[in-house]
Ligand binder design. Structure first.
Ligand code: 13P
Length: 258
């Protein structure tokens, strides 16, 4: 058992409304009460609902935090449609995702753009959840480790040793996201151990041991405990199941140290 504090994120993606984001936030606070001290719990609502969700969390005695699903690396200016680190902080967020597979593969973000976002997020003092992971074609071609290495090294280029305190890595194999297909605990563990080994090479053993590496891709109450029981899996980034209070709460509980 490591002494890394588990991290569970609820990535709501492009779901919910003013009403349902509020009721989901209230439900998550109530249902996750007992695990709050032992697990870092962060919800990532769509940007228009960040303020509303944050104000609900502020009105309760809770340590559940909010994060942005994405942000842009420039400070301000003519970047129609984008949101800056300062705006995200202004909405009360302490966390942001970078390089989610849907940003990479649906929107077309490059490794270099992801790196610019990672650096801007860290320079702004936010916790950055850098998402990496291979597609099905890459896995079948035997390129899983090579893809994860490229995305990790480029994503963390020019990130300083001390900034690694605010980095969480999310390993999300693209073929497991939203498909109902979960990586087996053993396959996920192998990828996480490989990533931790790279962090040791790139930074130091200490950084590698301290950094949370979380798994994402069809995590459900039924498979969460087996995944989180692996030595190098420090929690999860949850999509579909984070929209259901009971499922998300059960997953958070599975991450809490027993
Ligand atoms: P699902 O849990 O819906 O597979 O999504 C995972 C994910 O992409 C979280 O960021």
């Amino acid at each position: 058992m490591s002494d890394r504090k588990p991290y569970v994120g609820g990535n709501w993606k492009m779901n919910t409304s003013v009403d349902t984001s509020s009721s989901l936030a209230r439900g998550v606070v109530d249902a996750c009460e007992s695990a709050q001290g032992s697990v870092d719990i962060v919800v990532f609502p769509p940007a228009p609902y960040l303020i509303g969700v944050k104000s609900i969390l502020r009105s309760r005695p809770t340590s559940i935090a909010t994060g942005a699903q994405d942000l842009y690396f420039e400070a301000d200016g003519a970047f129609t449609g984008e949101i800056s680190v300062a705006m995200v902080k202004d909405c009360g967020c302490g966390h942001a995702l970078a390089g989610h597979s849907e940003r990479r593969h649906v929107i077309g973000e490059s490794d270099e753009l992801v790196n610019a976002k990672v650096r801007a997020t860290l320079e702004g003092g936010l916790t950055c959840v850098l998402c990496i992971g291979e597609t099905l074609e890459e896995r079948e071609a035997g390129e899983t480790n090579a893809v994860n290495e490229r995305q990790l090294r480029t994503g963390l280029a020019d990130v300083g040793l001390r900034q690694m305190d605010k980095v969480v890595i999310a390993y999300e194999p693209v073929w497991a996201i939203g498909t109902g297909k979960t990586a087996s605990p053993e396959d996920a563990q192998a990828a996480h151990a490989f990533i931790r080994g790279l962090l040791a090479e790139m930074f130091s053993d200490e950084v590698a041991q301290r950094t949370r590496i979380i798994y994402g891709g069809s995590v459900k109450p039924s498979n969460a405990a087996a995944l989180f029981g692996q030595p190098d899996i420090d929690g999860g980034l949850i999509g579909g199941a984070s929209l259901k209070v009971e499922d998300f709460a059960a997953i958070v509980k599975a991450a809490a140290p027993h």
